[in-house]
Design a protein around this ligand. Structure first.
Ligand code: SF4
Length: 222
């Protein structure tokens, strides 16, 4: 069954094509200026929602380098958090959520991020993508597949899945994608979606996957 999808060839091509492109901050092994740990991954992921990578990275470093624990964050006013994280998208709502989540972690989990997917999901403002990111990149648990817009769109174009929502894509990929590829799936597909298989007018004429891709639902392409 797995050969039908050419997983080995496609992952190998993506690894070699994207090796010089910077990974998104949460998926890098080490971070400059701030300690990478479940809490900083969680906050950086919250900041990244509806926000460009460059903006997220700068805001994460500016905010987290001196505020990398829930205890430090609850001492700040929402207004101060807003000033640190601006101009990330929805910075006012995010500042409120970050403070609420920090308080919940202190009250319910002794100031730690729970190493438990369902408990992460129960935190206000944390959805499946963020909970999956924290499990994979915060706790180094490769039993999860974070699905963002790129990770949803591209497997549909490749014909691996036929889904309408990221949740359905996650479910179908968990069933068909061999586990050896889970660790690299998110960051490779994010990088690929940002540079080659873009949402509008993907670069099919120069795409390394063109021989394996039925280009399902792709209209205009370059
Ligand atoms: S051939 Fe086009 S649609 Fe298919 S993966 Fe490449 S860029 Fe995306």
């Amino acid at each position: 069954m797995h050969d039908t999808y050419h997983f080995q060839e496609i992952f190998s091509l993506l690894q070699s094509t994207l090796k010089t492109i910077q990974k998104p901050l949460v998926s890098r092994t080490t971070w400059d200026h701030i300690q990478k740990k479940p809490f900083t991954v969680l906050i950086s992921c919250l900041l990244s929602l509806r926000t460009k990578d460059e903006v997220t990275e700068k805001a994460s470093i500016r905010f987290l380098k001196n505020h990398d624990t829930p205890e430090k964050i609850i001492k700040l006013s929402e207004r101060t958090i807003q000033q640190y994280i601006f101009p990330v998208g929805f910075y006012k709502i995010k500042a409120k959520r970050i403070k609420e989540i920090s308080q919940t972690l202190i009250t319910d989990y002794g100031g730690n991020v729970p190493n438990d997917f369902q408990k992460l999901l129960s935190l206000k403002g944390v959805g499946r993508k963020t909970a999956n990111i924290v499990m994979v990149y915060g706790f180094n648990d490769n039993g999860y597949l974070p699905i963002d817009t790129h990770c949803h769109r591209i497997p549909n174009r490749l014909g691996w899945v036929h889904t309408k929502t990221p949740e359905e894509t996650e479910k179908q990929l968990l069933a068909i994608l061999p586990k050896q590829y889970w660790q690299d799936f998110n960051h490779l597909f994010v990088q690929f979606g940002q540079t080659i298989c873009t949402p509008l007018s993907p670069h099919c004429s120069t795409c390394p996957l063109t021989n394996y891709c039925p280009k399902i639902t792709v209209g205009t392409h370059r």
